[in-house]
Structures are given as structure tokens and as C-alpha cells.
Design a protein around this ligand. Structure first.
Ligand code: NAD
Length: 368
């Protein structure tokens, strides 16, 4: 994780000095002074590196608040309790968190644990009658994703996936331009998503916990990006895998996969997902009337980019702050982001990942 963190932090330079916005920074937050509505009371499950980032970002939220913790490490709970003023009665471990059903202080649980644990944890949270926010990938295959969707439906709770880019102002403005026809007919998307992964013993390289390698972790950004940049669902995929270090990247853990997707309009996408190269965080899309390029395109920000009309100038706001305020708006007001963040959206990506793995393994073009 060291190199990933360094890579992402390198992208997180301050945005002071950027030009003024050309569209609203936060489509979902109400201003702190004026907001008097309900607050989404969230417990975080998994106090690891991304959970830490989400908790820090939530301090600046208007409509969402960290109120509970679920962790297997008592020392972390003590530290977080003190830092975020969380009462003992809102703290759980992985054995006893089903009791959250009797806790009216908690509306939603944000699952930020290894991928292979999301599905069972989601089912337990849903059964406890709480909304579920699950990190990406939502599970380790489409079957798990669908089980999560079904369980949340049956329990009458929301299932949302941590697609923070769907709230990011530059990304949102590009999607809006595409919807408004400013690129004409989208024709081609190129996505490059990767970093050099460090510690060979981490859960990301263990199949039962990760469900796969780079594709599950970072390649998913190119899949999701292709879909929101082109505005279509792919109908076929082809894929080729390269493995240079089979000791580190064991069976079922993809190191590098190049993949292609075809869309009903005839548009195509060409993407790279890797755990073996740095400086890969780039989207490019061209249509009949214009283009957009973004680099970095999905790091923690600031996102940078330009279109045929000039640079993207929307100001950077911490992605997870926008996401959590946006998710509160969705839960309380039914206000949808420009691209969904629901369980069905997550299943679409999982189906494509399943197809890419099959295509890479068999060498055949897989129809979706
Ligand atoms: P991490 O290793 O830093 O944290 C994982 C947490 O889960 C730790 O607190 C760990 O103690 C806990 N855990 C519980 N059971 C565990 C088990 N059996 N084995 C290992 N750890 C266990 O990982 P992370 O980077 O925080 O990633 C967590 C999730 O968040 C993943 O699904 C990842 O894909 C996702 N993530 C999303 C983004 C994003 O930008 N949306 C960024 C990073 C990670």
C-alpha cells in the first residue's frame, strides 16, 4: 500500500489558486449555515487506510456524520472514539455488530473492509435494518453483487456503492457535456488505471480477500469510467493478461490486463489495468465533435483535464465529503447523482469484470 498511498497523495496537492468555478462545487451539500434537515448517521466498518480517509473527510460534511465504529482492533476503536467523540454504545466488533439493529443512533454502515468480506457484511447490515454503503468493488463477482442488491431490497434499505467520482465536479461537468451533446457522438474511450503495488503479503494479493488483483482494485475505475464517459453499456469484451511476477501475483491475482469493450453505438474502449506500473491514471474520450482528456482522472485529486473547449476549471473539493453529503441527499431526498451509485450500478461493473476475467482466460470475445 505504501506506493499506492504515495501515488495518490502526490495527486492531492492543494487547489488554492485554481480559477473560479464554472459550475457548482457541491451539487448536494446545503450550506452549513442554512442546513436544518436530517443528518445521515454513519458507522464505519473497517478502520483501515481508506476508512481513515473517509472519516477525516466526513468532518466537513453538512448532511452526514460519523457516529459509530465497527472494528476488530480495540486499540483503533479507542483512538477513533477519542478523535471523533464517538460514544462507547456505538462501537461494535465483527462478532457483535448485528446488535446495531437496536441502535437508533445509526442510520447506515459504510463497509470499508477487504472486498471478499463485503457481501456477508452487507447481508448482516441489511438484516439489521440499516442502509448499506459498500466500497468498490461491491463484492468479488456479479453473483455476490446481485445477492447484496436482493438482500437490501428485501430488507427495504438502500445499497449504495462508494463511487466517489460520480460526485466529483470536473467528472460531473464532463458527463453533463456528454449528455448535452457537446462531444457529438462518443466514439472512443481510453482508460489507464494502475500503480505499482508494494507489500506482497497484503490482502489485495490474496484471492479469497480481494477476489482478484489490479482489476478489482483499480481497473474497475476504467470500466466505470468508460461507462460514464461514453454513456452506454458494453455488449462485448476482449482481454489479454500479462504476468511478469507469478510469485507475487499468484493464480487468480491479475497483475496486468489490457481489455477492450464494444458498445451498441459502435463506440469502443481500450483500457489497461495494472499493479505493475506507476503514473497510470488517465482517461481520454473522443466523439464526432470534441474530446476530453483527464489526468489524473480518478486519484483523490485534484482531477485535471481539458476538453476541446479548454481546461476544466471546477474547484477541487475532497471527494469523500461530496460523496457522503451526496449519499445523504440520495437517502433523505431521493436526489440522484448524475450517474447512479446504487447496487445495480455496482453489479454492472461486476458483470463486466467477470466477463474480462473469462475473456483473459479463454482468449475469446465474451458477449455481455
Ligand atoms: P486496508 O487494508 O487499509 O483496510 C482494511 C480494513 O479492514 C483494516 O482496518 C482491517 O483491519 C480490516 N479487516 C477486517 N477484516 C479483515 C481481514 N479478514 N483481513 C484484512 N483486513 C481486515 O484497506 P483499504 O485500502 O482501506 O481498502 C478497504 C476497501 O476500500 C477495499 O474494498 C478497497 O477496494 C476500498 N478502497 C476504495 C477506495 C476509493 O477510492 N473508493 C480507495 C481505497 C480503498
Amino acid at each position: 500500500m505504501g506506493s499506492r498511498r504515495k501515488f495518490i497523495e502526490k495527486l492531492s496537492i492543494t487547489t488554492l489558486g485554481l480559477p473560479l468555478l464554472t459550475s457548482p462545487v457541491n451539487l448536494f451539500s446545503a450550506s452549513c449555515d442554512s442546513y436544518e434537515g436530517p443528518i445521515l448517521k454513519v458507522a464505519i466498518m473497517g478502520l483501515g487506510s481508506y476508512g481513515t480517509r473517509v472519516a477525516e473527510a466526513m468532518v466537513s460534511c453538512t448532511r452526514a456524520k460519523l457516529v459509530g465504529l465497527i472494528s476488530g482492533t480495540p486499540a483503533k476503536v479507542e483512538k477513533w472514539k477519542a478523535k471523533y467523540a464517538i460514544p462507547e454504545k456505538n462501537c461494535y466488533n465483527y462478532g457483535n455488530f448485528d446488535a446495531i439493529k437496536d441502535n437508533p443512533d445509526i442510520d447506515a454502515v459504510y463497509i470499508i473492509t477487504p472486498n471478499g468480506l463485503h457481501k456477508d457484511q452487507c447481508l448482516r447490515v441489511a438484516k439489521a435494518g440499516k442502509h448499506v454503503i459498500s466500497e468498490k468493488p461491491m463484492g468479488i463477482n456479479a453473483l455476490e453483487g446481485q445477492a447484496m442488491v436482493d438482500a437490501c431490497k428485501a430488507a427495504n434499505v438502500k445499497l449504495l456503492i462508494g463511487y466517489r467520482m460520480h460526485f466529483e465536479p470536473k467528472t460531473v461537468s464532463v458527463i453533463q457535456m456528454r449528455i448535452d451533446g457537446e462531444f457529438g457522438q462518443p466514439k472512443f474511450f481510453q482508460g489507464q488505471s494502475g500503480f505499482t503495488i508494494g507489500d506482497p503479503t497484503q490482502w489485495r494479493l490474496k484471492k479469497e480477500l480481494s477476489g482478484g488483483g489490479a482489476m478489482m482494485d483499480i481497473g474497475i475505475y476504467s470500466i466505470n469510467g468508460a461507462r460514464y464517459m461514453l454513456g452506454e453499456e458494453p455488449i462485448w469484451v476482449t482481454a489479454q493478461e500479462t504476468k511478469t511476477d507469478p510469485e507475487k501475483f499468484k493464480e487468480g491475482i491479475d497483475e496486468t490486463i489490457q481489455f477492450q469493450m464494444g458498445f451498441p453505438s459502435g463506440a469502443v474502449a481500450s483500457c489497461l489495468s495494472t499493479y505493475a506500473m506507476n503514473n497510470l491514471d488517465r482517461f481520454f474520450m473522443t466523439g464526432t465533435d470534441g474530446f476530453v482528456e483527464m489526468q489524473p482522472s480518478t486519484g483523490y485529486g485534484p482531477i485535471e483535464g481539458r476538453t476541446h473547449k479548454g481546461p476544466l476549471t471546477q474547484a477541487h473539493v475532497t471527494h469523500q465529503t461530496l460523496q457522503m453529503d451526496g449519499m445523504a441527499a440520495l437517502i433523505f431526498d431521493g436526489k440522484q447523482p448524475i450517474v447512479p451509485v446504487d447496487g445495480e450500478e455496482g453489479v454492472k461493473d461486476m458483470k463486466i469484470i467477470d466477463a474480462i476475467f473469462l475473456a483473459a482466460k479463454t482468449g475469446v470475445k465474451v458477449e455481455l
